[in-house]
Design a protein around this ligand. Structure first.
Ligand code: ADP
Length: 205
């Protein structure tokens, strides 16, 4: 069973590609979703984060005050590293666990033909070690800024700042087995997904 990792910068089209693969029957592990899970009220990872960054990052109902944590954790690279040292290993373990479960399900059921990990930090987090192949979705920075503004209401300044914090496409491409160029239309993207589906998972129609 091939496990395919999908990565790319913010606004590159990872979710769109992943959704198209899910529609074809792939089992998906969504790293963003796992990252949110460990920050849910009562989760031991959130409790540990509160121990380190202050109990007041927890609101009366136990949920995380994201703005306050961000203010503290992104104040310096040292603080960011402290937060990552708590969250990243736990997220990595959960992702690995989900991939194992999906792999077992896929091996047992011919109707489940593929396993995909959608991970914005696939390379940076080391989760790349958990996948067999890597697909990188690339889009020119200007176009990503435009789409983030149009579809997600993110300001140009904010989009630029977020993009600057991430690896560049050039850096990601060094790890790519498959490159998906999403500068074109959604239909263009869809036909690249179809080709990827056939080539990587051998599901020719
Ligand atoms: P990511 O998951 O990498 O952040 P998304 O898949 O959410 O990116 O795509 C970002 C936004 O751009 C979404 O609103 C999506 O619908 C839109 N989008 C994706 N691909 C295209 C495309 N080829 N043309 C226009 N809009 C697109």
């Amino acid at each position: 069973m091939t496990v395919l990792g999908i990565t790319g910068g913010i606004g590159s089209g990872k979710s769109t590609v992943t959704k198209a693969l899910a529609q074809r029957g792939a089992l998906i592990v969504d790293a963003d979703q796992v990252a949110r899970l460990v920050m849910e009220p009562g989760h031991p990872v959130l409790a540990k984060v509160a121990e380190v960054f202050g109990q007041d990052i927890l609101q009366p109902d136990g949920s995380l005050d994201r703005a306050l944590l961000a203010q503290r954790a992104f104040a310096s690279t040292e603080q960011t590293a402290r937060l990552n040292a708590i969250t990243h290993p736990a997220i990595g373990e959960l992702i690995s666990e989900e991939l194992r479960k999906h792999n077992a399900a896929a091996a047992a059921d011919r109707e489940v033909p593929a396993v995909v990990l959608d991970h914005p930090l696939l390379i940076e987090s080391g989760a790349i070690a958990l996948v067999d192949k890597v697909a990188v979705v690339v889009v020119d920075v200007e176009e990503r800024i435009r789409r983030l503004g149009q579809f997600r209401g993110i300001s140009e300044e904010d989009a630029k700042a977020r993009i600057a914090q991430q690896l560049s496409d050039e850096e990601r491409l060094q790890h790519a087995d498959v490159v998906i160029d999403n500068n074109g239309s959604v239909e263009d993207l869809e036909s690249q997904v179809e080709a990827l589906w056939n080539e990587v998972f051998g599901h020719g129609s």
